[in-house]
Write a new protein. Sequence first.
Length: 383
Amino acid sequence: MDFGIWAYPWDVIDEGVDSVGDRVFNLGISELNLATNYHSVQTFNPHNPERRTFFSRASAYFQPDGGYGRLKPVVNETMGDNDWVAEIDDGFRGTPIDLNSWTVGCHNSRLGANNPDLTLRSPHGDSLVFGLCPSQPAVQEYLVNLVRDLDSRASFNRIELETFDYFHGRGSGWHHDKFHIRLGALGEFLFGLCFCDACRDIASSTGIDVSHVQDTVINAVDALATSQIPHDLATGDWLVEHPAVFEYARQRCLTLKELYGDLAGVAANTDLGAYIGMFDVEASWRQGLDLNLLADDLDYYKVLAYGSDAAETVKPVKTAKHLTDAELHAGVLPAHPHVYDEDTLLDIVGALDDEGIPQVSFYNYGLVPDKNLEWIGTAADAV
Ligand SMILES: [Zn+2]
């Protein structure tokens, strides 16, 4: 089993590339999953020597090359004219640590706020600022150019995709999110089902009655919000009763199939992987991800298996095995709010090894305390 660890560029730059490389190597880790293009965030950095928090709007941590269309990554303000990805790449060259690009796609509230016509649009017609819609040609062009740019610029061993899909519902939350109704899983899905002009056009071209679908979804969201439909009604059961909505949602999987073919085409020098399980592996289709359909375009999926014990961690991995024959890697969170001691982490990593998982990544270098990093070293040693 090989090990990786996610890291933010500010933590690597602040501590020093050589120091982080040595420390990671001594933990038994051979890959660093470096955030290159990332959503807005505020972090608490328990062992960063320069700062205890880092706040950022959605940003790129490299200087994008030309060749972008209407949408282009926005350079992080703290980084300024520097290029942290290039500095880290230079520092890791010739070391035993491989560098991977941890790449956020559609979840970008900065580009969304500046381009509301390219965001997801709720059934009621509101722009959902946190998510760009991957049905939009300009968004597809941006995602392909982003992967092409990353593929060409650094010695990445892998490019890993996060939210290159219909990141729906309330996303990861937003500033002072105020939802005092019980939407439930069905309501989150329907509230986030995109009815932008591109999604509507694609569905119309396949013969779907989009106005009927949109009216159906509006009525359902409003009924869920007023408890006329139970909040815990299974999404699948509801869709069986509303086949036109199912067909509308299904079309998004086919749109992403075309997009992922284009992404695979430009990732010429690296392996391409995608994160799954941010909400629930079984519900990946709600984000337009048909894991079986996309498997030909990807080298692997990384299951974000953040659990509090071995059984909880292995469960989404087993689910993913049912949904795809693709190679599976796993992500583990060895810290609050899941793991509070070394023995639990040993159990979790051992269970993933028993499942035949070839690569496990830990989340994340700068976010967990020193003590938790030591647990990672012990767990990596034990396998
Ligand atoms: Zn759309």
